[in-house]
Design a protein around this ligand. Sequence first.
Ligand code: 3Y8
Ligand code: NAP
Length: 249
Amino acid sequence: MSNVLVLGGTTEASGLAALLAARGTAAVLSYAGRVASPKVQPIPVRIGGFGGLEGLVGYLRDHAVTHLVDATHPFAARMSATAVVAAAHTGVAYIALTRPAWTPVAGDRWTMLADIDAAVAALAGPSRRVMLALGRMHVDAFSVQPQHDYLLRFVDTPDRPPGLPRHHLVVDRGPFDVEDERCLMEAHGTEIMVCKNAGGTGAQAKIVAARALGLPVIMIARPVPPPRLEVHAAEDVLHWLDHAADRGV
Ligand code: 3Y8
Ligand code: NAP
């Protein structure tokens, strides 16, 4: 009898949760607790960190988890690294559900950079109207480039105003719509956009809108995940669950 733990926080994790609910598989979706009101799910949800490797190992054992699905965002590097090791420590079957990185197509004006620090450095120079589509956690890094007019977007209203002297904050959560993204960028007079190579569909609208507007994009590469079993479709996770069941795990 399988008992699945899904590490969530992505459109793909929600899609998998719906499939698991539909087939009546015992499963829990886990959130870190980063936002005030995470999306309602059709399966039980747990919210909060596990307490590092020891905490996750303990959770897997205490809850008799048989299958661990890492469906976190590609930038959730610490969670993904912990998940691989915890599965190996406990012998729990493990798979990652991720989305392929976006690749540039005709009309894209991308500068691909390695990380947030490189993106900050790339913004040296005269004041520009910059859309930072990075969420809340990395905004402070850009305070060394205070000369720009920043358009920020957070999931929740922050307790204190962002530390950028010239900014306009939009509080909204995705998935986003191309036309809305284009209107937002035009209303702000966006001249350049900074974003993570999140992949998937939930954050892609801004890329399509930037292409349509001919805007340059600083595209931050995702961290390299540890070696692991990885699929890109929720249906492949179900096949893995069924196949693993045949193997008696
Ligand atoms: C808490 C749980 C679903 C999942 C929806 C996806 C799509 C919409 C697009 C922009 C980029 C960003 C951000 C983003 C997107 C989906 C997905 C995705 C990007 C929620 C959610 C949680 C979070 C955490 C949040 C981070 C932030 C990142 C905003 C739920 C809504 C920028 C990533 O305020 C904070 O502290 C927010 C933190 C981690 C990154 C950051 O550095 O600020 N996601 N986002 C998860 C948890 O607690 O475990 O309510 O759904 C989930 C989603 N956000 O089921 O429909 O699949 O990626 N999330 C990025 O891609 O760059 C917004 O504005 O254009
Ligand atoms: P992270 O830096 O890799 O993880 C930091 C710590 O947060 C982890 O060590 C773990 O705490 C806890 N954590 C992370 N994901 C968790 C989950 N699904 N369930 C329980 N605990 C979790 O992760 P992050 O970048 O902060 O992302 C946090 C969550 O937001 C993830 O669910 C991710 O899918 C979602 N998200 C992130 C982004 C992004 O841009 N980073 C974008 C969209 C969604 P302990 O060590 O205490 O166990």
